[in-house]
Design a protein around this ligand. Sequence first.
Ligand SMILES: Cc1cc2nc3c(=O)[nH]c(=O)nc-3n(C[C@H](O)[C@H](O)[C@H](O)COP(=O)(O)O)c2cc1C
Length: 193
Amino acid sequence: MTTTHMQHTPRFAWAITGSGHGLVESIDMAATLLPHVDLFLSRAAEEVLPLYKIELAQLKARFRVFRDNSASAVPVGMLYDENRYHTVVVAPATSNTVAKCALGISDTLPTNMFAQAGKLGIPGIVFACDTQPVVVTMSPLDWVELRPRRIELDNVERLKRIDHCRVVCSLDELRAALAARIGEIDVTCCAGA
Ligand SMILES: Cc1cc2nc3c(=O)[nH]c(=O)nc-3n(C[C@H](O)[C@H](O)[C@H](O)COP(=O)(O)O)c2cc1C
């Protein structure tokens, strides 16, 4: 595939937030879409990544990475070029990002990508982590058991009602949603997803 072709093949925009839960697995799944995926990090993601032994430099060696270093989420402008991104994925999504997306708040790079994509009719897929009464997750030190509160569970339900948004609650569901999306669009590259 030529560089010119790659530039004109619409890609997945994959936003990563500061969730330890599902972090490593989500990045592995994003990598199956290479080279047709770019990463968009929240500031919290950038802090959390090294705690799970993933350095920004490592990510940059594999992916095109956009960081959250502007007030207006400048990279969002790329969504206006309809040939650039066909889908916005937020995975993993913190309960913070889920809440913001569900309420229409956009004040980080991932929440801006999600909101602007929705306004443009570009489908979003959100892997919400706090969806079960008990979530067993890997902290930087050990496995921990979390019990999401009613507010977190309610926000997931709210998010499901947002236009152009598909909420997935597990890595298997995320994999299936990506496969379904690839089936919908005319990309010939992503057989591994
Ligand atoms: C090591 C570590 C792991 C974290 N894991 C989670 C998580 O699994 N789920 C979550 O909702 N927040 C988690 N957080 C907290 C978020 O990073 C924090 O709420 C942050 O403000 C989220 O910002 P963002 O949604 O813009 O990425 C974690 C924080 C740290 C330091």
